[in-house]
Design a protein around this ligand. Sequence first.
Ligand SMILES: [Zn+2]
Length: 314
Amino acid sequence: MSRYYIGIDLGATTVKTGCVSSEGKILLETKVSTEAHQGPQVVVQKIMKTVEEMYNRFGKASIEGIGIGAPGIVHNGIVKAPPNISEWDEVNLQSKIANLTGIKTIVENDANAAALAEAKFGAGKGKNNFLFVIWGTGVGGGIILDGKIYHGPNGGAGEIGHTSIDFNGPQCNCGNKGCIEAYIGQRYLSQRTREMLKLPGVVSSIETLVEGNLDRIEPHVIAVAAEQGDAAAKEILTEAGTLLGYALTSIVNIMDLEIVIIGGGISASPRFVYDAITQTIQTRVLKPHRQHIQVLRAELGNAAGIIGAASLVI
Ligand SMILES: [Zn+2]
């Protein structure tokens, strides 16, 4: 009998669930609204609704394991204060779902899960040690050492977004200043673009893409404009890539990692952004590391959430 794995990508707005094969292929996908404002009990009910959908299609007996990628810090299956979910302090989601289903369940931070998915099925296949960066709304990541997620004693490892590149830089939500997320996270990148478009003499196809409404600027719009050859968009993304390179340089120096895999919404952006990141690291990193550095594009794209979650139990 075929064995299947359920991967659940728990987000503050949507629960995305998929049935995944042992080769990491999504066979069926479903989603429901998280109803995060109604608190953990309702969120668990929503998760179970999607799990039951998978039972109905594949048969409960063929499900080998359930993996869940959750936002926030996850330690031993306990999800701690995930952002934007009401009344959720510390919830042992792993034991809750395991008890409700009777199936082996593993819960992990979503960025760590996506890193593991790249290790098993994506750009990190066959590579034992790498740094994984998710560049999207914020900047997150995971560290794969010896083919496994490195958690740290409290489950908080891999928070790449809070690497400061300027002690006097912009205030970050975390309380520190100059964090890389405060320069290249979605909100800041959009803001930087709006400022640039207001400069005299700047003409950009970004304005056309958002039909003149600058509040609609998102990183993927900037990426589309850059792809079309727009100079302003290219400049913004090159600058962002260079800044990310500064942050990653420190991490490469500390950890002696040769491979950096970049995923998230920005991973769809043109090659020159990756070149800017690579060049910056190669120029700035300690000399012995230079010739070994490889910056790779994540391969799993939008599927990383579900495949990442499933890969926890595959
Ligand atoms: Zn920060």
